[in-house]
Design a protein around this ligand. Sequence first.
Ligand code: ATP
Length: 216
Amino acid sequence: MRERKISESTIHRLSHYYRALNTLEKEHFETISSKELAKREKLTPAQVRKDLSFFGSFGTRGLGYPVKELKGRIAKILGIDRTWNVALIGVGNIGSALVSYKEFQRQGFNIKVLFDSDQRKIGSNHKGITVLDTDHLEEELQKNKIELVVLAVPASAAQNIVDHVVHCGIKAILNFAPIKLKVPDDVEIRTENMAMELEYLSFTLVNNKKGERKKT
Ligand code: ATP
């Protein structure tokens, strides 16, 4: 692979291609043209070809891309051709919902350990996983070979926990706490703020940004 920086939007498009190919495979398609894949993803064929050529040569001119092989290669590029050990910290409303979310498991994100600081929750069981005390966070992260952390604690607790998590050598964090957290440059953190997403939608509603609503 060429040593060029891959943009965030390219990575997101790869995730979309992966899902489209998954559907195509279930529909028993053996090949797909860049034109058809582009149509499904509402992109231009040139964009699809450019994205895929970035990672080497796929497909044959005139025949299109082999669905199964392309899906496998994209999975490898995205690092989802393997499983990841995940820890979830904060087993409140959002945390418990995430433990039950089957898509994580299906995609190879294996939630191995749960943590909370609430004595009433420590020792309780969620989907067969026992909630551990955050007092033992660092040793348990290491013991369970955790590679990715999901954070679902209140904003007030988040930075302190992230500092511990980073100290353990974790390089990838998905944060649901509604706060911007500081991490070193070599740590990737994604913050999912659902209230902000709703705010965005409310903005589009009050500003009539997306389409004209039908006048009755
Ligand atoms: P949610 O925010 O998920 O809707 P909630 O309203 O039940 O959950 P929060 O106050 O947001 O509760 O806390 C989320 C979870 O994080 C709770 O289970 C809480 O006990 C836990 N928590 C709070 N502080 C810490 C901490 N310092 N370390 C670990 N877990 C914590």
